[in-house]
Ligand binder design. Structure first.
Ligand code: GAL
Length: 667
């Protein structure tokens, strides 16, 4: 199948903000369905995701189909004007499939064969699963292609969520084939994996195994290739179903729901190329302080995956989830605040898991749009109020969020950092990345995320806090961009290895040394709880303190901004700044305390010519969406318990405690 460019693909456009959720009518007697539909209309629901886990109901025995119930509910929804996001049900293979194919059950890294009774019980590389999934998808697509209510196809559910890496024999064969395709010769594989280390040289692809639990840590390159392979194996599953649906129903857009920023099993830069509209699921970690910052990050990442185009929030929760230690209910107003925060950052649809709270099963204590307690509830009233509010925001659809700053995000770095055996267990993909993101969030700067090889010309500031893997080409991308005037901020353990995981030699951070104007001879990680003082060498950045990390760093063109005055790095630069071509490159060779990190990132924004908002109360999120004709939608989201006054374009806008104001300025 030829790859369609983004502009050629079918577009998702309801003409208003999509509102609704996963609808599982098969869990309820049919008498409830008309009530459901009436309540959906009351709540302003205009889209539901249907059939996500319905394989066993649609194909109760192999090759025997029952679409009657689905026809009936689709008919009811259609009559009520509610559109359908129709799912292929392949995330829940039926019991008969498991019985006939016991060898298709996924196997864990330690060799445990996972049993039936949950969902996602399949090996992504199984030909039997591929065949069965293709058959039900073909039947479904044939039956509902062209149905006027079906406005979106939803392939599978959350690829890579429960079943992400399978270590069964079918996976071993598929992994070997994938490696043979990638490397062509086993010598090339040996070179890429550095198998001279620990005498792991392979003479044949058939000698290679998946990286199982082993006496010591498995070769990191083998581990990373297995993650690439596993992402690709799932992508093949997606493409197979997508292509079947596309052939049957070419004009209806197709998607699958990502979990951007929550799970990291898929290389979503690749996946995003394959969907017509990017869709995302996001759940708050209820007990986490300032969890709305994580929401913003996920939304910004999703928008970036969508190339700035509008996207769909396919799932979030109306209140508590059921899978965390303490499943804390959302407080009054939090539901709308969360939903509108996604809308602010580029979503054109706000959907929930799920419509009606289940009576049975694992998720019976998960919140829903219709709670167990029914409609005489605060939650239902908030659901209805949100629907009404979104109904008035249709002009937001299609507008864009503009960002002049970007953070490099790359699953290759994430997977390499996950391998362990690094200079400190404090090093992790999200550690610095979240610290940088939170700092900019508090400063009121909206950011995109970018792949390290992306065109950076639209950005004035690029942050690379966690770009451990840096290929020569990616370094060149940054080099050219800084030279022509960009401001780069990089943190420790960035630019360290190439895409095979081999260290760039000659001093750290090998790939970026010339851009940063520094050369590190040795890493000097700090111990947990160890805090060291930093002396200032720049009048703009006050002295502070730091934790986690230091380096035996030598200046090679850069100027020291802060210097360690104690600890293993005493006397060594901790933060540096380097003029490079027309641009500037900052390097943070430590984890500064909050106010120092703030000061450094503010100084970098100044270098980039980015004006940060002034006078904005703390804990207030302000994001702007802009229409093609210049209309502006300012979302002012008050995450505090106090009413606040936000300066906006010469006006003072009051935003009540915990509430959201959307200020519309039309041209
Ligand atoms: C999602 C999943 C839904 C539901 C939800 C509960 O990951 O797609 O089916 O399980 O979590 O929070």
């Amino acid at each position: 199948m030829t790859v369609q460019s983004a502009s050629e693909r079918p577009r998702f456009d309801l003409g208003s903000v999509a509102y609704g959720g996963d609808y599982n009518p098969e869990q309820w007697p049919e008498e409830i369905w008309p009530q459901d539909v009436a309540l959906m209309r009351e709540a302003g629901v205009n889209l539901v995701s249907l059939g996500i886990f319905s394989w066993a109901r649609l194909e109760p025995r192999p090759g025997e189909y029952d679409f009657g119930w689905l026809d009936r509910i689709i008919g009811l929804l259609h009559e009520a004007g509610i559109r359908i996001d129709l799912a292929t049900p392949t995330a829940a293979p039926p019991a008969w499939f498991q019985r006939a194919n016991p060898h298709v059950r996924p196997v864990t890294v330690s060799g445990t064969v996972l049993g039936y009774g949950a969902r996602q019980t399949y090996c992504p590389s199984s030909p039997e699963y591929a065949g069965a999934a293709a058959r039900i998808t073909t039947e479904l697509a044939r039956r509902y292609a062209g149905h006027p209510a079906v406005v979106l196809w939803h392939i599978h559910n959350e690829y890579g969520c429960h079943t992400s890496r399978c270590y069964c024999e079918q996976s071993v064969s598929a992994f070997r084939a994938w490696l043979a395709d990638r490397y062509r010769t086993v010598e090339a594989l040996n070179a890429a994996w550095g198998t001279a280390f620990w005498g792991q040289l392979y003479a044949d692809f058939d000698e290679v195994d998946v990286p199982r639990e082993a006496p010591a840590a498995a070769n990191p390159s083998q581990q990373v290739d297995f993650r690439r392979f596993s992402s690709d194996a799932l992508l093949e599953c997606y493409r197979r179903e997508r292509d079947i649906v596309r052939a049957a129903d070419p004009s209806v857009p197709i998607t699958t729901n990502f979990m951007a920023g929550l799970t990291d099993n898929l290389d979503l830069w690749q996946w995003a190329e394959e969907v017509d509209v990017v869709a995302n699921d996001h759940y708050l970690t209820a007990a986490q302080k300032d969890n709305h910052i994580n929401l913003s990050l996920s939304a910004d990442l999703t928008r970036s995956l969508a190339g700035g185009r509008p996207w769909l929030l396919m799932e979030h929760s109306t209140s508590a989830v059921n899978w965390q230690g303490h499943n804390i209910a959302k407080r009054p107003g939090e539901l709308a605040r969360n939903s509108l925060a996604h809308l602010a950052r580029g979503a054109d649809g706000i959907m929930f898991f799920q419509w009606r709270a289940s009576r049975n099963g694992v998720e019976k204590f998960h919140s829903a749009m219709v709670p167990h307690a029914g409609t005489d509830t605060r939650l239902w009233r908030e659901v209805v109020a949100l629907g009404a509010r979104l109904g008035k925001l249709e002009e937001v659809c299609g507008t864009r969020v503009e960002a002049k700053a970007a953070i490099v995000w790359d699953w290759e770095s994430r997977w390499n950092l996950d391998c362990g055996n690094k200079p400190s267990t404090d090093l992790g993909f999200r550690e610095r990345l979240d610290a940088f993101y939170a700092c900019l969030w508090h400063a009121g700067l909206t950011v995109d995320f970018v792949h390290p090889g992306a065109d950076l010309s639209g950005y004035r500031l690029v942050l690379a806090p966690s770009m451990y893997v840096t290929s020569a080409a990616w370094a060149e991308n940054l080099r050219g961009w800084v030279r022509s005037g960009g401001t780069l901020v990089s943190s420790y353990f960035t630019g360290i290895v190439d895409q095979n995981g081999a260290v760039h030699l000659g001093g750290y951070p090998g790939a970026l040394r010339d851009i940063l104007g520094v050369r590190t001879e040795e890493f000097l990680p700090l111990l947990p709880g160890q805090r060291v003082k930093l002396a200032s060498e720049d009048p703009g950045i006050p002295a502070g303190s730091a934790s986690r990390w230091a380096e035996d760093l030598r200046l090679d063109g850069a100027a020291a901004v802060l210097r360690h005055s104690e600890g293993p790095g005493a006397g060594r630069p901790a933060v540096t700044r380097h003029g490079f071509g027309e641009g500037t490159a900052w390097y943070l060779a430590t984890a500064p305390d909050q106010s120092t990190l703030d000061a450094v990132l503010r100084a970098a924004c100044a270098d980039a010519g980015l004006a940060l908002p002034v006078g904005r109360p703390a804990g207030v999120e302000c994001v702007r969406r802009v229409g093609a004709g210049g209309d502006e939608f300012d979302f002012l989201i008050n995450h505090t318990d106090q009413d606040v006054v936000v300066p906006l374009g010469g006006e003072q806008v009051t935003v009540p405690a915990g509430r959201v104001r959307v200020v519309v300025s039309t041209r």
